[in-house]
Design a protein around this ligand. Structure first.
Ligand code: NAG
Ligand code: NAG
Ligand code: NAG
Ligand code: NAG
Ligand code: NAG
Ligand code: NAG
Ligand code: NAG
Ligand code: NAG
Ligand code: NAG
Ligand code: NAG
Ligand code: CU
Length: 586
């Protein structure tokens, strides 16, 4: 795509016009062929995985703020498929958000659908991934890079000499779809991955020496690099370090932050962190490493994790050293203090003079999040062979509502919302009774592992209905019914401000006076501290149906989700548009 041109005028005068300087928005187009890829990892026999354009990770979408992105998804895989553009607001394009049965029916094998959306009002790193059930996002994911309209020179930090996308992932030596379906049938036992990956490759510590299993990243001595770090892992929070180097965090979830100096980045599933790294060490080779942060206590109650690390190599150009790369010292797997420090240290770049954070709140919600138990679902044949209700299975809930998607073959929630036209009769596939408060008040952070009556939860599809442009404040309170653990809560459709975070039971009288209303971080995914709480605030200025859920796949699968139904505003621009003609039908 031509970004600049030259006008050759008489008298040899050449005037270069930079498109970017006149802030011209472009249309960037991609075709995503989702299909089989045969790949061998960890020295195992080749495995057929589902991938986009034969790549793992899939292609990076590169755009500038204000551009229109058009992606044609062609489903050549054997599975129902959708893609979610994680963190993209989708203002005015709710039918392009992607979660299956929330905003669309899936694209069936052999089908196609074109996603169209603008990336307006956000800059930095986001990512895309499959948003269907059964683990398909383990191999169907990639980066979205949104640069300023005027190019890299317009970053609110020193222009980097280079940029590198660093996508953390998880790898299974198995067909993940079958693996997940079998686990579901047996009552959702967790399944740990065989390796973590950096840009699809596990690195040097996995009992497999194969030159193509380690990602290599070239730097020039004293160069300044922008690392766009994405946690695409299904179930694992990660620590990230580079031996002998420090970082300056400059953005998270495509929102700029005040510069934050650190030697370790902590990143929950769904989150992104942009960090500058100066290659100021002695020329040589250094390991970049990602290791799990296991938030759960007791640890065996959380998603399973493998005690290993993914590595890539940072190599200085021209270095002649033959010494092996130096590894960084990773934090202990259970280092919640380091995670809490990182998560609470990020701030918006400047104290906002204008009231960026909405100060008056229309709706206050207090929402418990956590794991529990439930009855076997009818489809879970292997956990409930006799049809009795005596075998409890793992479940998760928000305010004791354990979310289930509308059944395959019905209609998406957004379609039901659109068809209901904001009036009675109520939409067919959900109810409007998601509670603002927990139905039972209890000591949320007390160990309740021996109180099954509290742990028990039931399945439903409840939404919270909001008027257009309402301001919502939500306290997310972790429960300790089965375990203390961090839940990375992700909201579609808008960003939120993180006003406060803490441990224990939320105490409004103590917390509210200490809210950061000056320069809170803006995010699309907040890691609610284990055994603690987070307070978020957002403006519901995007009509549609927006999923909110834990980004740990094992928790989402068992119901740690809800949805907001945001009603239309007064104008066509503030209303849900008609569905695109090629929107898949169920
Ligand atoms: C893709 O792989 C699956 C096995 O995972 C196989 O059943 C299917 O036939 C393959 N499809 C194509 C188009 O090769
Ligand atoms: C690595 O190389 C082997 C054989 O050389 C190949 O089978 C495999 O697919 C490659 N793996 C990756 C991740 O590129
Ligand atoms: C997307 O951007 C284009 C070009 O600026 C504009 O014409 C269009 O109205 C925008 N679409 C939405 C839904 O805002
Ligand atoms: C490598 O193999 C050894 C011996 O089988 C095993 O103990 C170790 O856990 C393996 N390491 C990884 C990272 O899989
Ligand atoms: C990664 O894990 C291996 C053990 O599996 C350990 O020997 C190595 O030091 C670790 N590397 C880093 C960078 O932490
Ligand atoms: C709630 O439980 C925690 C952890 O067991 C305990 O420290 C705290 O005192 C309890 N709070 C109340 C009000 O009982
Ligand atoms: C959740 O709801 C179920 C079913 O009504 C009830 O048995 C259970 O005690 C409730 N638990 C909590 C924590 O509210
Ligand atoms: C939405 O509400 C905010 C303040 O709460 C106000 O500044 C803004 O103008 C409103 N926007 C619209 C489109 O009504
Ligand atoms: C749960 O977390 C809280 C707050 O971090 C802590 O005080 C408590 O000891 C933890 N409880 C268990 C059982 O791990
Ligand atoms: C795929 O989607 C169709 C229609 O949306 C549905 O009928 C079918 O059951 C789905 N298949 C699977 C394997 O989920
Ligand atoms: Cu979770």
């Amino acid at each position: 795509m031509a970004r600049s041109w030259s006008l050759v005028l008489p008298f040899g005068l050449v005037i270069a016009l930079l498109f970017a300087c006149v802030a011209q928005a472009a249309v960037v187009e991609y075709t995503f062929n989702v299909g089989n890829l045969s790949i061998s990892q960890l020295c195992q026999p080749p495995l057929i995985i589902t991938a986009v354009n034969g790549q793992l990770p899939g292609p990076t979408i590169e755009a500038r703020e204000g551009d229109t992105v058009v992606v044609r998804l062609v489903n050549q895989s054997p599975y129902n498929m959708t893609i979610h553009w994680h963190g993209v607001f989708q203002r005015g394009t709710p039918w392009s958000d992607g979660p299956a049965m929330v905003t669309q029916c899936p694209v069936k094998p052999g089908g196609a659908y074109t996603y169209r959306f603008n990336v307006t009002g956000q800059e930095g790193t986001l990512w895309w991934h499959a948003h269907t059930e059964s683990y398909l996002r383990a191999t169907v994911y990639g980066a979205i890079v949104i640069r300023p309209r005027a190019g890299a020179a317009a970053y609110p930090f020193p222009t980097p000499d280079g940029e590198e996308t660093v996508i953390l992932g998880e790898w299974w030596n198995a067909n993940v779809y079958d693996l997940r379906r079998n686990a579901f049938l047996r009552g959702n036992p967790p399944i740990n991955s065989n390796a973590y990956t950096i840009n699809g490759k596990p690195g040097d510590f996995y009992n497999c020496s194969n030159a193509n299993q380690t990602y290599r990243f070239q730097v020039r001595s004293n160069g300044r690099y922008l690392l766009r770090i994405i946690n695409a892992a299904l179930n694992t929070n990660m620590f990230f370090k580079v031996a002998g180097h420090r970082f300056t965090v400059v953005a998270a979830d495509a929102a700029y932050t005040a510069p934050y100096d650190t030697d370790v980045v902590v990143i929950a599933p769904g989150q992104t962190v942009d960090a500058l790294m100066v290659a100021g060490a002695a020329p040589g080779q250094y390991y970049m490493a990602a290791s799990p942060y296991v938030s759960a206590t007791p640890p065996n109650r959380g998603p399973r994790f493998s005690m290993s690390n993914a590595t890539a190599v940072v190599e200085y150009a021209g270095s002649t050293t033959t010494a092996p790369p130096q590894p960084p010292t990773m934090p202990p797997y259970t280092d919640t203090a380091t995670a809490f420090r990182f998560f609470t240290s990020l701030k918006a770049p400047v104290p906002s003079g204008a009231p960026a954070v909405p100060l008056s709140v229309d709706t206050r919600m207090f929402v418990t999040v956590g794991l529990g138990i439930s009855d076997c679902q009818p489809a879970q044949l292997l956990c409930n062979p006799t049809g009795t209700r005596t075998l409890p299975v793992l479940a998760a809930s928000m305010n004791n509502a354990s979310f289930v998607l509308p059944p395959a073959g019905s209609v998406s929630m957004l379609q039901a919302h659109y068809d209901a036209d904001g009036s009675a009769p109520a939409p067919s596939v959900y109810t409007r009774d998601f509670p603002d408060r927990p139905p039972v008040i209890f000591n949320y952070t007390a160990d309740a592992s021996d109180i099954p009556t509290l742990q028990y939860t039931t399945k439903s599809t409840k939404v919270k209905t909001l008027r257009y442009n309402e301001t919502v404040e939500m306290v997310l309170q972790s429960t300790r019914l089965l375990a203390n653990e961090s839940h990375p809560m992700h909201l579609h459709g808008v960003n939120f401000y993180v006003l406060a975070q803490g441990v224990g039971n939320y105490d409004e009288a103590a917390a509210a006076p200490r809210f950061n209303l000056e320069n809170p971080q803006e995010r699309n995914t907040v890691a609610v501290p284990p055994g603690g709480w987070a307070v978020i605030r957002f403006q519901a200025n995007n009509p549609g149906v927006w999923f909110m859920h834990c980004h740990i796949e094992d928790h989402l699968d068992v119901g740690l989700a809800m949805a907001f139904e945001v009603q239309d505003g007064p104008t066509p621009e503030t209303s849900v548009p008609p569905p695109p003609l090629d929107l898949p039908q169920c």
